[in-house]
Design a binder for this molecule. Structure first.
Ligand code: HEM
Length: 557
């Protein structure tokens, strides 16, 4: 029998669709698209006798169905009945994740989330089913061992047609792969990569000495990072300092990570990446760069004990050899994780030092004191004892962590609610614990948490200036300092990163006086830093002047 009131029937099927999707949240677009196409199509056939014209029946069914579905979803998400209703946030963030897509596209997502925390406090609803928590107690509870498994955010980091890389794995599979990475980045392995740091850093200085006038410092840091990573992980192969970025490796990484970062806001569309040509090209180019580089390395076999020597278990320490497809998928991760982070951090260190001449001078003095003879080799042990150098590096990673957001964790269905940072959080909630808002929280870093003040890291009271003490009460909670994340999924390259950063910064300070280039606007540079998982910055134009013995004396040695 034809229904008396077609509106009610179509509307009821919309509400039923919402109920079903709410109970069994789809993780791929296919069931969503199939349902919202199939249900109104069916109604238009049933209602055809009532409307006479097929066009009117189709229009009516689709309009009513989609309108009621959208209305129902929106009302539920904004209603007091939603499981996350008690958590503050803007109406738009409660309503949809598409605001996050836009902000991510613009690269401002990390700044918006920080603003939301400043306005609403430590727990903020940043999506219909997502919270951002900026509270130190959430770090072990969410990211620590015994914390939560990775959330849907990580799904978008995965090429669906390939093996999972280390970053997206969970549980035992992650622990097994991580063991290989741990060996490749253990203290002994890092010791063996020190020669590569020295050679590539010397080549960087050589290149810079040959550049007259204004140069883009970040571009040279990027070349250094690529060349070092290529030698350390794949036994060589990039040589950007020698040839320039002729194959556009930087562009490939930038485009590839932009795509996955946008998709990570709405991970259920990951499989649609292949429907949008520019996304597909960007993602595939990055995947191919990682695959081909790793494949070439595997074909050559292990000549030195590089990272891939350990990832392929050429030392024969595992009961079962890792599979080739798994090893290949880690190639892209190695490139993205080990190049952009170093480039951005080096550029950010110089940016902050140049903006703060007192800090620059104090670091210069320390460098000249520890290495008084400009030709002496730099001993890595001495570098790790340079308190002010580490203070500058840590302060940069605090105010401008090169990974400002981190991936999400999730309370899985069936595991019940969890109490985190004093609040009961229902299951099926995605949770972000991000460095950026934590590092700028006055409860953890004071005085002036938003300012670059390396002195806050100095341990002995005698090294802290009276000016610093006058700024206000001192709070320094390093438990809230997580630029390398925390727990079993933290950065496996942390120690290697410090080694590179210390060496390059110190060598640059020994060899050059650095100034911002004429006309450079520091404010624009920092405001344009975009979150692409790793912060992506504009070029950093500077002028370098080689230091002579007389300038060293003038600098207080
Ligand atoms: C300043 C430099 C660096 C910073 C700030 C940094 C930061 C991070 C962060 C925050 C994560 C966790 C990302 C997530 O939420 O999943 C991570 C993971 C990772 N990083 Fe780094 N990183 C740096 C340098 C490096 C270097 C030099 C390597 C060497 C190749 C490296 C390799 C990795 C790998 C393989 C992972 C994945 C670990 C896992 O999932 O178990 N990183 N890094």
């Amino acid at each position: 029998m034809v229904p008396m009131n077609p509106f009610l029937y179509v509307a009821a099927s919309s509400l039923l669709t919402h109920y079903v999707f709410n109970r069994r949240e789809p993780t791929t677009p296919q069931p969503v698209l199939a349902t919202i196409f199939a249900v109104p199509t069916l109604w238009s056939i049933i209602l055809l006798p009532q409307f006479g014209s097929p066009l009117s029946a189709v229009l009516f069914s689709f309009l009513i169905y989609l309108f009621v579905l959208a209305f129902s979803i929106a009302s539920y998400r904004l209603s007091p009945f939603h499981p996350l209703a008690s958590f503050p946030g803007t109406p738009i963030s409660k309503l949809t994740k598409w605001w996050g897509v836009w902000e991510t596209y613009e690269g401002r997502h990390y700044l918006r989330v920080h603003e939301l925390h400043k306005k609403y406090g430590p727990i903020v609803r940043v999506g219909p089913n997502e919270l951002s928590i900026a509270d130190v107690t959430a770090i072990p509870a969410v990211l620590g061992s015994g914390g939560l498994p990775k959330g849907h955010w990580y799904g978008s980091r995965q090429d669906l047609r390939a093996s999972k890389n280390l970053q997206v794995l969970n549980g035992d599979a992650h622990a097994n792969r991580r063991r290989l990475w741990n060996r490749g980045l253990s203290s002994d392995s890092i010791e063996s990569y020190s020669d590569i740091i020295e050679i590539r850093a010397a080549q960087l200085i050589d290149c810079l000495e040959r550049q007259p006038g204004k140069i883009c410092l970040s571009s040279f840091f990027s070349r250094f990072a690529f060349d070092f990573l290529g030698d350390m992980a794949f036994g060589g192969g990039f040589d950007l300092l020698r040839d320039g970025d002729t194959k556009n490796f930087n562009g490939i990484v930038d485009n590839g990570v932009l795509v996955s970062n946008i998709i990570s806001q709405v991970p259920w569309i990951t499989s649609m990446i292949h429907w949008v040509p520019s996304w597909r090209i960007g993602a595939l180019a990055l995947r191919d760069l990682g695959y081909n580089t790793a494949r070439k390395r595997l074909n050559h076999g292990s000549i030195t004990k590089d990272l891939y020597y350990h990832l392929t278990d050429d030392g024969g320490l595992e009961r079962q050899k890792p599979s080739v497809t798994d090893i290949l998928s880690d190639g892209t991760l190695a490139i993205v994780a080990g190049t952009d982070t170093i480039k951005t951090t080096l550029a950010a260190i110089f940016y902050h030092l140049l903006l703060n001449p007192t800090s620059y001078q104090r670091l210069q003095d320390e460098v000249d004191r520890v290495f008084p003879n400009s030709e002496d080799p730099m001993d890595f042990r001495k570098l790790s004892e340079m308190e002010y150098l580490d203070a500058c590096i840590n302060e940069t990673l605090r105010v401008m962590p090169s990974v400002p957001t981190n991936g999400s964790r999730r309370i899985s269905r069936g595991y019940g609610p969890r109490t985190i940072a004093g609040s009961v959080i229902p299951e099926e909630t995605e949770i972000f614990v991000s460095p950026y808002p934590l590092h700028r929280d006055p409860r953890y870093f004071s005085p002036e948490p938003e300012s670059f003040l390396p002195e806050r890291w100095l341990k002995s009271p005698s090294s802290v200036s009276p000016e610093f003490r006058q700024l206000g009460p001192y709070i320094h909670n390093t438990s809230a300092f997580i630029p390398f994340s925390y727990g079993p999924h933290n950065c496996v390259g942390r120690q290697l990163a410090y080694r590179q950063l210390r060496y390059v910064v110190c060598l640059m300070m020994r060899r050059f006086e650095t100034q911002f280039a004429h006309g450079f606007c520091p404010r624009d540079w920092i405001e344009k830093a975009c979150d692409r998982l790793v912060l992506s910055t504009d070029p950093l134009p500077v002028v370098l002047t080689p230091r002579t013995n007389s300038t060293r004396v003038n600098c207080g040695v």
